[in-house]
Design a protein around this ligand. Structure first.
Ligand SMILES: [Zn+2]
Ligand SMILES: [Zn+2]
Length: 343
């Protein structure tokens, strides 16, 4: 089915006047993203911790540049002092002195995505048990227009609302979750994607869904669908995108300013029958941002047995800047050597 409208052809044209790379280019783009996220998972914890520190420094500098001194201060304070529960060979818990809760803060988005996982994974498992559905990861994309992130997000969410009203969608999907992802490509163009975990009632030809998406957007046909083999991994993959663009270190002042304007925008939600199911499943359901730090750390305290080796945990105090080095020490320490130089 190749019903490309004129605007599709125009908006898909390569800006430098190169040859048309319509569908393959879009798919290559998505595939690269997947490879990139796999590569990121391969990095050691110390490397990732170092990266988070650099990202936060970068964000704080941008905030200062915009005159957002208070925000910069909060980002700098966030995770600046840590209480690390460790047996010397494993790190069981890290308790920060302060969390800034800024959406782009890499430390805070990690915690937020853990909270979302803790909250929705049990509901998803139960929903799948009660219904004969197959989970799929669906990525909906849209063509570029001259618009800011807010307008772009509204456009894709509105299209998704229209999609859900259509017979085809209702017939094939029993609900799920959606999350927004913002990225920028190497030409500086903004992409807004919707990542959906959909509970599929029955198999369908992807080309039919492509046609439905084209019908509600008027000009967008690039979608990506894969079956989720393991729902825990699938959910983890999707919540990672929530308000956390992978290109954050290439953020400029304008990007940050624009992002600050999105303050109250919802980035994650449920839809369809899964939405109602979640309400019943967890009546005390409050917004994803309302989770508290306590619940993450209350199980383990100093003196408890390390979950990995049963040795007693002790409480190491360190600055956030020392954490990557400590990870390194833990990663390279021989099995019987306990790191005591940190007290
Ligand atoms: Zn933070
Ligand atoms: Zn241990």
């Amino acid at each position: 089915m190749k019903q490309l409208t004129l605007s599709t052809v125009l908006t898909n044209r390569v800006p430098n006047g190169g040859q048309s790379q319509r569908k393959p280019a879009a798919h290559t783009y998505l595939d690269k993203r997947v490879t990139k996220s796999q590569r990121e998972n391969k990095r050691t914890r110390s490397q990732r911790a170092r990266e988070r520190l650099r990202t936060k420094e970068h964000l704080a500098q941008l905030a200062v540049g915009l005159g957002e001194v208070e925000l910069a201060h909060k980002i700098e304070r966030c995770h600046s002092r840590l209480s690390v529960l460790t047996c010397g060979r494993h790190i069981a818990r890290i308790i920060p002195n302060f969390t800034c809760e800024f959406r782009l803060c890499p430390d805070c988005s990690r915690r937020r995505s853990r909270r979302l996982q803790n909250k929705y994974l049990p509901a998803m498992s139960a929903f799948m048990l009660h219904n004969k559905v197959t989970p799929v990861h669906l990525v909906l994309t849209q063509t570029h227009r001259k618009e800011n992130r807010k307008q772009s997000a509204k456009r894709i969410k509105d299209s998704f609302t229209r999609l859900q009203r259509r017979g085809f969608w209702k017939q094939h999907f029993k609900g799920g979750t959606w999350s927004l992802e913002f990225t920028k490509d190497k030409n500086g163009l903004h992409h807004t994607h919707l990542h959906i975990i959909g509970f599929r009632r029955k198999f369908f030809d992807i080309e039919l869904l492509r046609g439905e998406w084209l019908a509600v957007t008027g000009d967008s046909h690039v979608i990506h669908l894969k079956r989720i083999e393991d729902i825990a991994t699938g959910l983890q993959e999707v919540v990672k995108y929530v308000s956390k663009p992978l290109d954050i270190r290439r953020f400029g002042s304008d990007d940050l300013r624009e992002f600050l304007g999105l303050k109250n925008m919802r980035m994650f939600g449920t839809f369809g029958e899964f939405r109602d199911f979640c309400k019943d499943f967890e009546p005390s359901d409050n917004d994803a941002d309302g989770g508290d730090l306590e619940s993450l750390v209350r199980d383990l305290v100093e003196g408890c047995a390390c979950p990995k080796c049963n040795q007693p945990l002790f409480d190491l105090r360190m600055s956030g800047k020392q954490l990557p080095q400590f990870y390194e020490q833990v990663e390279s320490s021989p099995p019987d050597k306990v790191g005591t130089s940190w007290n």
